[in-house]
Every structure is written in C-alpha cells, then in structure tokens.
Design a protein around this ligand. Structure first.
Ligand SMILES: [Zn+2]
Length: 195
C-alpha cells in the first residue's frame, strides 16, 4: 500500500475530485438514505478513494458525465438502503441454515460499510452507458478498480485488490499512456454540458 506525503496528497486530490462530481440518490431503494454526501466520501478508504478518483477523472475526460449515487455507508445507512431494494442486500438480516438443521440469523456486511465500494452512474444510466463504464475499467487495469457484479449490480465499483494494494505502477514522472476508451459508446448520452 502506498503511504507518505505524496500518497496522502494524491488521496486528497482524489477525494476533492469525487466531491466535485454530481451526486444524488439512485432511486432504487424506498428512501433517499443520503449515502452520497461529503461524509460518505470522506469515509472511503484512502487508497480506494485515490483509485476511484483517478479512474473516474479519466472516464469523464474520455466519455463524459458520471454521477455518484452511493459511497461509504454506516450500519444504519446500509439498513436504510436495503428497504425496498429487490434481491439480496447486505445488512438485511437473513436466516442461514447451519449443519444439523440449526438456523441462525445473520447480517452480512456490505463493502460500502468498509469504505471500499462506490456506486456510480454514467450519463443517463442506460445499459449501454453502464457497459461502457465497465469496459473502461476492464481495458484500463492501471486504475485498480473493478465492477465485480457485472450486470447484476451495474453501478457497484470496488478496488481491484491486486492492482490497488500491491502494485501501483504510476511511477513518479513516468509518461502515462492515454486510457483506452470503451468500445460500445463514444460519449455519455446526457445533454448537460460537460466541463
Ligand atoms: Zn454498491
């Protein structure tokens, strides 16, 4: 893991960039649990915030608008987003069958609660746009992020563990290759001006 003054300056820049992106509720739960506010960005893991900020900055430069819909979540916030969410949701208690027919109630922990997940919506949030965003992560592993759930949870981004925590090839002063664009789309479909 990177540390020291250079890494923390990078992390601060990334956090500032993330805070500068449009942020709003995704609308997929019953309530707006406000898990995209400054406090939610500040509680992301520093190294993930750095990767995510650099990745989204490059994506915006190549393809256009991105909106953050959820970042770090406290246990209460995680419970809130599970209300009305279809399908399994970490944080919602569920019964687990154990050996010998024993049943216990478990509540799993979302990576959002650990500060290592960010939900993002490219452009207007169409399927093509989400595929473009996921391709961009795949084609540019140097940023160290991935979308582990694919189409089962399009917006959900996490650190690509090996890249983020073991090798960060962004050597000091090394010329960076331009990121590879996604194949499916050129620009996001938003009609808002991108600046
Ligand atoms: Zn998520």
């Amino acid at each position: 893991m990177t540390s020291g003054p250079r890494a923390s300056a990078e992390a601060q820049q990334a956090v500032d960039f993330l805070k500068g992106l449009p942020r709003e509720w995704s609308g997929t739960s019953d309530h707006d649990c406000k898990t995209y506010e400054d406090k939610n960005i500040d509680n992301l893991s520093r190294s993930f915030a750095t990767s995510a900020g650099e990745f989204l900055k490059a994506f915006v430069a190549v393809h256009g608008a991105v909106t953050i819909t959820s970042a770090y979540r406290s246990a209460q916030e995680q419970e809130c987003v599970c209300v009305g969410e279809k399908g399994p949701c970490a944080g919602r208690p569920h019964v687990k069958k154990m050996k010998k027919g024993k049943r216990i109630v478990v509540r799993s922990i979302s990576h959002h609660q650990l500060g290592i997940a960010l939900d993002v919506r490219p452009g207007t949030g169409s399927e093509y746009e989400f595929i473009c965003l996921q391709e961009f992560a795949q084609f540019n592993p140097q940023f160290g992020v991935r979308f582990p759930f694919g189409k089962r949870d399009y917006p959900h981004m996490e650190p690509a563990v090996l890249k983020t925590f073991i090798t960060r090839p962004a050597a000091l002063g090394a010329p960076r290759a331009a990121p590879a664009p996604c194949k499916i789309l050129k620009m996001m479909l938003t009609d808002e001006p991108v600046d």
